[in-house]
Ligand binder design. Sequence first.
Ligand code: SF4
Length: 322
Amino acid sequence: MATEPLLEVRNLKKYFTVATDFWGKPTSCLKAVDDVNFSIRAGETLGLVGESGCGKSTTGRTIIGLYQPTEGDVLYKGKSVAAGGKNQPLYRDIQMIFQDPYASLNPRMTVGDIVGEPLDIHKLAVGIERNTRIMELLSLVGLNKEHANRFPHEFSGGQRQRIGVARALAVNPSLIICDEPISALDVSIQAQVVNLLEKLQRELGLTYLFIAHDLAMVKHISTRVAVMYLGKIVELAQTQQLYGSPQHPYTQALLAAIPIPDPTVEAARKRVPLEGDVPNPIHPPSGCRFRTRCPHAMSVCAEEEPKLIDRDGHFVACHLKK
Ligand code: SF4
């Protein structure tokens, strides 16, 4: 595995204006992503987890250029991709699989045209070559050539997500941002889609940013995992390290909420309940943003924001871990 990062996210911020004054100057904003840093090496899967509204999907969408960053930069193979449409070839290398396989496919297009659309946009293939490539992509994701002439409504949720994967693969990307790719699917289908993503990673050498709130599935697929809370990364480590020895109270609470399929172990284990709701991101708590729900909060936690500190590759942002 290469040591140079394929993707680097540096001090990324994405704020959404929610109120302006008479002159249109922002007076209040929602800090969806607030100074986020991480990198992804070629061939690895970085899991990005957290509760709904923590900013993980906004991070993915800002990386791929669907949102213009408020501040910070995204580097792909050392080159900035955050400068809007100026870096089209780089954007071709980064593709996205969306959460909702129902909403992300055009219901008026056949599957063949949906999968072939990126080939047309990037002028990669025409005529017989285009058709051959579409058949190749459908077969790669476990669909067959008869499916090319059908419409999205004729497919199940799992099959629709396979169509979304085929479309993302059409331009031969290196990095795929999987934005909650399984959360809209039945539990029985989720494992099939994750297995497909793993198979494609092995066969095509893909790199994934896997965004999800299901920690069990993230553990299964990820090389490293980053935990986000209210726009910030609070912990980032190798998967075994993070699940085996979580350091941040938020990560500990998230992991404690995962049920263990052994009734004896489940009954005996000590739970650290996560109380309260995620605070309003327009007015986040001072200091540590987790302090209103943290069982270990101290006075310093309200005054000083904890920095994400590297301890031998295990990054934690908590005053307890100084
Ligand atoms: Fe809890 Fe303080 Fe650590 Fe935040 S910094 S997680 S409030 S102990």
